[in-house]
Design a binder for this molecule. Structure first.
Ligand SMILES: [Zn+2]
Length: 393
């Protein structure tokens, strides 16, 4: 089978297995079925396969292609879950047309998963010294329980998150902090202005402060790839009925962060903004930003393997931060397409081939295409030394 047909077939098989995240859409199947498929496929390709299932029904699959020893290890990470089908007509019946594959998850990110799987199968013939580790993870679209659990059990020297980046090399992404602010008033009959204290109106001054803080953040020094942090209100709730002073109001805020900002620092900002008002603030969820320097060996190696792609940072959060947080230097590189989380989703097949061939590596296509795949270099000593030209550790 040609590279093209091989990849196309596997992407379609993965799209056809519904794996909607059940924490987004209650009727979603989760990852059990697709994990069984991926595990069986990787096993047949000669990898040693384990399931990591911190929550029943939400398995991740880890396939390890053991090296002969002494080389660096490389993790390729792709998530198996998707968002819901929205208004798509046939979300799980993939359509191939004009070099594109349409279907829910084709772009985000079953095409990347297919590229990682085929890379692992092809790499088996290369006699690598280091381990190549494929992570097919659960729950990236909600709480990332998959990658969180995998990094507790598996180590690697380097990792590539294969999220679709339009063939650009992503070195950094923002983090976020969710905060809750609660103002306290005094409930009273609406006519008793002598007794009532209006918790909702008091939230007003805090929200004005949030607008002002957002403006200041946009004027603060900019991170070269990420710009500045930001803050906005997402949800607000308060009061019980007309003609009653509201005793309580809660606003839920989202603070997007860059390097140097975290839960503690953003909570301090909100506390300063509250000042002496009758209000409390707390952090309800925190996800760190992520960055690998442009001159890090991994960044240089992927840039070279991918033939000098555009370097980017992205504003949204992804699993890169969890891997970097586990001290596995991680960048992101993946195919092109459109419609992640939208009603028409497609991936550009040629870009998936380029990922599979150049960064993740493939031997079979090189000779015919006059292209030296990194993994195909004769002198590789490990996935990275071979795939990404890094010296073995
Ligand atoms: Zn994704």
């Amino acid at each position: 089978m040609t590279v093209h047909a091989d990849l196309e077939k596997l992407i379609c098989e993965l799209v056809a297995i519904e794996s909607v995240n059940p924490d987004l859409v209650a009727s979603g199947s989760g990852e059990s079925r697709i994990a069984a498929f991926v595990a069986g496929w990787l096993e047949a390709a000669g990898l040693s396969v384990s399931f990591v299932e911190p929550v029943a029904g939400r398995p991740s699959v880890v396939g390890v292609l053991r090296g002969s020893g002494g080389g660096s290890s490389l993790m390729l990470n792709a998530h198996m879950d998707t968002v819901g089908a929205g208004a798509m007509t046939a979300p799980f019946a993939p359509v191939v047309s004009d070099g594109r594959i349409y279907g829910r998850g084709a772009y985000d990110m079953k095409a990347s998963l297919a590229a990682c799987m085929i890379t692992a199968r092809e790499a088996r013939r290369l006699g690598l010294r280091g381990d190549l580790i494929v992570n097919a993870v659960a729950d990236e679209e909600v709480a990332s329980i998959g990658t969180s659990a995998v990094v507790e059990r598996f180590r690697a020297d380097y990792a590539i998150v294969t999220e679709p980046t339009e063939l650009r090399l992503c070195l950094a992404h923002k983090g976020f902090v969710w905060l809750e602010v609660e103002t306290t008033g005094v409930a009273a009959h609406g006519s008793r202005s002598d007794l009532g204290v209006d918790a909702i109106a008091h939230m007003g001054s805090i929200l004005t402060g949030v607008l002002e803080l957002n403006r200041r953040l946009h004027e603060s020094p900019r991170h070269a790839l990420l710009g500045t942090g930001s803050i906005h209100a997402s949800l607000i709730e308060g009061g019980q009925e007309m003609s009653t002073y509201p005793a309580r109001c809660v606003a839920k805020l989202e603070r997007r962060t860059v390097q140097g900002e975290d839960g503690a620092s953003t909570l301090r900002e909100i506390e300063e903004l509250i000042g002496s008002a009758e209000a409390t603030a707390r952090v309800t969820l925190e996800r760190a930003p992520s960055e690998v320097p442009a001159d890090h060996g991994l960044s240089l190696a992927v840039a070279e393997a991918a033939q000098n792609p555009v370097i980017i940072g992205v504003a949204y959060w992804m699993d890169m931060a969890l891997l970097n947080g586990a001290r596995i230097p991680t960048v992101s590189y993946g195919p092109a397409g459109e419609g992640a989380h939208a009603d028409v989703e497609w991936v550009d097949l040629a870009s998936v081939e380029k990922c599979e061939r150049s960064t993740y590596g493939r031997r079979s296509s090189c000779a015919t295409e006059g292209f030296t795949s990194p993994l195909a270099r004769a002198d590789f000593t490990s996935p990275l030394a071979g795939a990404l030209y890094l010296p073995a550790r």
